[in-house]
Design a protein around this ligand. Structure first.
Ligand SMILES: [Zn+2]
Length: 256
């Protein structure tokens, strides 16, 4: 069946029915059969987003917003490139050599960021939280907008979550608040087993640490902090008890 819908990346006629999540992930993590918590819309006080009532199988997430040439070309190449990099981190229990595995992502951090952003674009098209045109076009041309931010971390809670929103937490007038830029800002949060991944775009905002820790930064500049001491115990900086803890760890401020 043909469709008048245009590909969100190249602008050519789309209408190709494709899974939003790569088949390797659907198979390896059995995501056809397992239900994932899905959030979108508003930021909640917990740092998460409004949740859709019923968890859904990511295998049922189909899009017709991309064309076959994009899907079978550069998008498929990104999936193949990312699979061997992330597969060792998509296990339960979390791997003991995680610092080594995460440090090794340094040379591929742009590939993983592009892959995350690609998923945010297709998920966003599905959920009506579109990634801005210029950012999608740059991605299609193989570039990353300089204000994109991406990070990964370990969540001690094993689970499946995907969420997308326009809002983010910020300090305004000395108190915690939330902001959004209509049609522009976005935040995509994705947890697969213990691996939490985020890609966001908050124009004219600055990211600030609130505690002596941080997720592993993929973009714009790769960074992984040393272990830190908490209650006399050394802990990896990128390890969090819950998704809420991760989301509350970093706040943003408007640039003056
Ligand atoms: Zn296309």
């Amino acid at each position: 069946m043909s469709s008048q819908k245009l590909c969100i990346f190249c602008g050519q006629p789309g209408g190709n029915r494709e899974h939003i999540v790569g088949k390797w992930l659907l198979n390896d993590l059995n995501l056809y059969a397992t239900r994932t918590r899905i959030g979108f819309g508003n930021l909640l006080k917990t740092g998460k987003m409004d949740e859709i009532d019923e968890p859904r199988s990511l295998g049922s997430f189909i899009t017709d917003a991309v064309c076959a040439i994009c899907n079978n070309g550069w998008m498929s190449q990104l999936e193949s490139a990312v699979k061997p990099l992330l597969s060792p981190l998509l296990v339960d229990p979390w791997p003991a050599n995680s610092r080594r595995l995460l440090s090794d992502l340094f040379i591929s951090c742009h590939i993983i960021t592009r892959w995350l952003l690609k998923t945010a674009c297709t998920f966003g098209a599905k959920m009506s939280v579109q990634v801005p045109d210029n950012i999608r076009t740059e991605l299609y041309q193989g570039r990353l907008h300089p204000e994109i931010m991406a990070d990964v971390s370990c969540n001690e809670e094993c689970g499946l979550y995907v969420g997308m929103s326009r809002t983010w937490a910020c300090f305004a007038g000395g108190k915690l608040d939330s902001m959004s830029v209509p049609d522009h800002s976005f935040r995509f949060v994705w947890q697969l087993r213990h691996l939490a991944m985020r890609v966001s775009y908050f124009p004219n905002c600055e990211k600030m640490m609130t505690k002596p820790r941080y997720p592993v930064r993929l973009y714009p500049r790769f960074g992984i902090l040393p272990d830190y001491r908490s209650d006399g115990v050394m802990k990896p900086a990128y390890r969090y008890s819950t998704l809420e803890e991760l989301e509350h760890d970093t706040v943003y401020a408007g640039r003056t």
